[in-house]
Design a binder for this molecule. Structure first.
Ligand code: APR
Length: 236
């Protein structure tokens, strides 16, 4: 029986693809305040500013220079080698895991390339800038479109599916996340205490919850993740 694996990824896995992390010295939250751009209150108060912030990030993600790196590719390869046994849960709103070939993937904090209408709930793909006066293509309401991302104070997506997988996994990997934001930061404890899973952290440096992992491997994701996946596949 092949082990069941849950993998949590964060901004660190996309750093070497050219996307910024949040809490590193050069991270996004060093230049802009969370409460100005990433809360429902910020959007209600100043939708133009919030749209500008996400428009810039969307344009950045669509820059042809931004491509999946070997860490994204290794996780896609792991899923292909273990069909039905790997659930990838990402806090990232970029689409680099999909572009690398991952299919069983949960975007718990939403997706930058999708928009949602706050009036009718319509969700659709979006690759262009959004304005505060734009109308919803589904219901025609004006000023109700928002990026389909989970803001601080909102409930992350697909939590039932994630907790079901955590409670039944044999191996939990946490990659490129600082472990500052809950509920994701609590997944390691869930995997350990409920599933008695082995827990491994792969990150540039120890995360907030580093002591909760059985094993830690520190280094750039593009190196440590492919190495780890290769060893895992060789072993089993
Ligand atoms: N390889 C591996 N890890 C890296 C790399 C790299 N090349 N570069 C940076 N890191 C690590 C950092 O050391 C840090 O521990 O990635 C982690 C990134 O942490 P954060 O910036 O806090 O990002 P993340 O954990 O994904 O943030 C969680 O916070 O603001 C929110 O919604 C946002 O989803 C995000 C959530």
């Amino acid at each position: 029986m092949q082990p069941s694996i849950v993998i949590l990824t964060g901004a660190g896995i996309s750093r070497e693809s050219g996307l910024s992390t949040f809490r590193d010295a050069d991270g996004i939250w060093a230049t802009v305040r969370i409460e100005d751009v990433a809360t429902p209150e910020a959007f209600a108060r100043d939708p133009v500013r919030v749209h500008e912030f996400y428009n810039a990030r969307r344009r950045g993600l669509l820059d042809p220079k931004v491509q999946p790196n070997p860490a994204h590719q290794a996780l896609a390869e792991l899923e292909r080698a273990r069909p039905g046994k790997v659930l990838l849960v990402t806090q990232n709103i970029d689409d680099l895991h999909e572009r690398a070939g991952s299919r069983d993937l949960v975007h718990m904090h939403g997706e930058l390339l999708k928009i949602q209408c706050q009036a009718c709930g319509d969700v659709r793909d979006c690759r262009h800038d959004l304005g505060a006066g734009d109308s919803c293509p589904a219901c025609g309401s004006t000023g109700t479109l928002r990026p389909q991302v989970v803001w601080f104070g909102e409930m992350p997506l697909k939590m039932d599916r994630i907790y079901a997988a955590l409670s039944a996994c044999d191996l939990f990997l946490s990659i490129g996340t600082s472990g500052n934001v809950y509920p994701a930061a609590g997944f390691v404890q869930e995997a350990r205490s409920v599933a008695r899973a082995r827990t491994v952290e792969l990150n540039l440096e120890p995360s907030e919850g580093a002591s909760l992992f059985h094993e830690a491997i520190y280094g750039p994701a593009s190196q440590v993740v492919p190495d780890y996946v290769r060893k895992l596949l060789d072993r089993t």
